[in-house]
Design a protein around this ligand. Sequence first.
Ligand SMILES: [Zn+2]
Length: 486
Amino acid sequence: MHNDIVVESKRVVQGRLIQPRASASSGLATIAAAACAALCGCAAQTPSAAGAGAGAPKVILLIGDGMDDNQITIARDYLVGFNGRLRLDDMPVRSAVQVQTLSEDDPAVPVYVADSANSATSMASGVLTSAGRIATTAKADRDLTTIMELAIGAGFGTGLVTTSSVTDATPASFIAHINERLCEGPTNMLQTNERFPWLSTDCSADLKSNGGRGSIAEQIAASQLDVVLGGGARFFAQTAEGEAARTVSDLAAANGYRVVGTAQALAGAPAGGKLLGLFAPSTMPVQWRGAGDAAAELVKRAPDGRVQLPEPFACEPNPGFAGMPRLAEMASAALRRLDDVRSFMLMIESASIDKQSHERRPCGQIGEVAQLEETLGVVLDYTRAHPETLVLITADHGQAAQLAVETSAYVTLNVASPGHFARLRTPEGGIMGVNYATNDSTLQEEHTGVEVPLLVSGLRGRALPAMVPQTEIFRLAAEHLGLRSR
Ligand SMILES: [Zn+2]
């Protein structure tokens, strides 16, 4: 089990909170609206006559998992220098996203730090939910129709591309419906973890034998998505529920998917038909690591109490990345398969900005922002030929990494970070401090509740407020494609 799960679990600590005043402009209004939407349900698409033909509207949603402004600044300073500009910096419209989460026990109570499951559900369905849930409502466990399902129903192209397992929370929330994100494969539907009880799962209501849709991998295998690319082969290698020998991958093939597992097979896959690419057992390896596998570490102290800052290090290629298709290659492959004269909804995720930040690995994070940046180049090339494409770039939630002073002004008083700390030697000759201090354990860092950026092109003259709720991502995509839920 990937360590990321330790802090990505559904059990975000939820204190009982004083009910805030109801106010037309407050987040509670959004929560109330979301609760109403959850009760009313969202379903049925309205096929758009504009969905076919030259200039048919298209949406590309790029998600940097955990990519808050600290992550972007750290990456910019390292990749292009402190005078440099990323492609992200030249997007024509910038807004910010309010990240909101509901309590599972009482959906009227807000939670201030999200996980990838509930935040991706906000973007995919336009409805708030609780941490750990995949396109299902908090507490009531109703399925929420997603933008991908609306697009499929309208006959549009659809695709999910990620550097995580395709069953991980972000991609899963766009197509699957299940009460717990960890129910990724048939053998994960009911599991007990005594050391970390919050890793235990009970998705029995979604077992096929109980009339459910099965695990996330089984739901992807049964889907009508045109292209699904990422990691997660181990979940598709499991025997499917109710089958004597057939694996989830076998079910995908029976449902029309060509299943590939290497960059070469991806490049050589025929243009037509559905494609499922699984390039790693779980999360795909990242392209960079710290020199000699260096990561942030707890600040040491000499016997006399003097602070001993960690030695600076630079980034180097991660040998484990060899042979992996790059995110930009996967995005290109997806765009080639999605028809130019048909509307489509494509979600592309750079997932390990988050996962490497959990592990306090600044070079891994930066390499993943670099992958997103490279992929944005591919996307912008596409939009030059297809200006009818709405491009939305955002993050799902904040992360622990913080750009901090590399030597505290108070170091002579033996002051240092109580958390983990790295000093990065940048290519332009500086030293950048990256601090991780969301908890004092040696386990993993945790998310933060900061708002996240939204960078947009292709709005076609429409205005975007300086701050939008995360559910607005769904509305922007649905409106552009001429889709709506009722
Ligand atoms: Zn995370």
